[in-house]
Design a protein around this ligand. Structure first.
Ligand SMILES: Nc1ncnc2c1ncn2[C@@H]1O[C@H](COP(=O)(O)OP(=O)(O)OP(=O)(O)O)[C@@H](O)[C@H]1O
Length: 269
């Protein structure tokens, strides 16, 4: 992934609504303001339906805001290899081999099959799967498939990496390995990352900042001042960890339950 370098990502008073079946509309993102520095790793947490995935799709240029502006280094974002998107459900092409899945991302920009194969093998090597290049996705475990999905994005040397709960469907151990791999990859290449997660522990392991969203807006923006390089063990034994985690957990729980239900629940304990 060497050669990738993050670019700043900016949301200026961005709003986005969707039409609802049967009439009316839902405002998914509401006058949202967010500035993400070049090479910064930002995690987004918040209750279900608060607009996290919509924010990523706006950052990719897959959808356009109704009002306001999204910009990558000052320009409108355009889907392409500069902006990598990793989803929870891998989205690999079942009839292509692992290396062809990874090389697929380069078909528009790299004509030579052998060059694409070399680049794919290099990306697969970064995620520890070079030996699996000629297998098919169905022959891999869930964790391996997600590594391929990551390699497919890394091969484009993205400046912006958008990740929508990428490890949510993995078992706990594989998830931990993948998180630590991602930490290492990002420390090396420093793309700008926007990472959606429902896990506070994951956010604190990975991110420089955690954004809390509710009802389409940013309601908190927390610096994660834990030292790097990080591992699960180093983060969770840091004296600052418990304080940040507890504050974040209380906030996310209050947003999910509604403030008054949260107050009742905490009074009762
Ligand atoms: N294409 C669409 N059409 C209609 N409504 C949509 C569409 N996409 C998103 N929404 C609505 O916008 C709101 C925000 O959705 P979004 O997927 O961004 O939330 P989220 O925070 O990522 O949720 P989750 O954590 O459950 O994945 C939700 O109420 C959702 O139903």
């Amino acid at each position: 992934m060497s050669g990738a370098r993050g670019k700043p990502l900016r949301f200026e008073r961005v709003s986005k609504s969707f039409a609802l079946q049967g009439g009316g509309c839902k405002r998914a993102v509401d006058s949202l303001e967010l500035d993400i520095g070049a090479g910064e790793f930002v995690a987004i947490v918040g209750p279900s339906g608060c607009g996290k995935s919509t924010l990523l799709r706006l950052a990719d240029g897959l959808i356009a805001p109704d009002t306001g502006r999204v910009s990558v280094d000052g320009s409108e974002p355009r889907p392409g290899p500069d902006i990598g998107f990793v989803f929870q459900n891998f989205r690999l092409i079942p009839w292509r081999t692992v290396s062809d899945n990874v090389g697929f991302a380069l078909e528009a920009s790299m004509r030579s099959t052998s060059e694409r194969r070399r680049a794919a093998l290099d990306a697969l090597d970064h995620v520890g799967l070079a030996d699996w290049a000629d297998q098919y996705p169905s022959q891999l475990s869930g964790g391996m498939r997600q590594r391929v999905a990551l390699a497919r994005v890394l091969v484009g040397k993205p400046q912006i990496l958008l990740m929508d709960e990428p490890f949510a469907s993995l078992d706990a151990q594989t998830r931990e390995f993948m998180q630590e791999d991602l930490v290492a990859l990002c420390e090396q290449a420093k793309p700008t990352v926007l990472f959606v997660t429902h896990s506070i522990d994951e956010a604190l392991l990975l991110a420089d900042r955690v954004i809390v969203m509710a009802e389409g807006r940013v309601v908190n923006d927390i610096d994660v001042s834990l030292p790097r390089p990080r591992s699960t063990a180093s983060v969770q034994t840091d004296p600052a960890y418990a304080g940040i985690r507890n504050a974040l957990w209380r906030e996310v729980k209050a947003l999910a339950l509604g403030r008054s239900a949260f107050d009742r629940a905490t009074e009762a304990t």
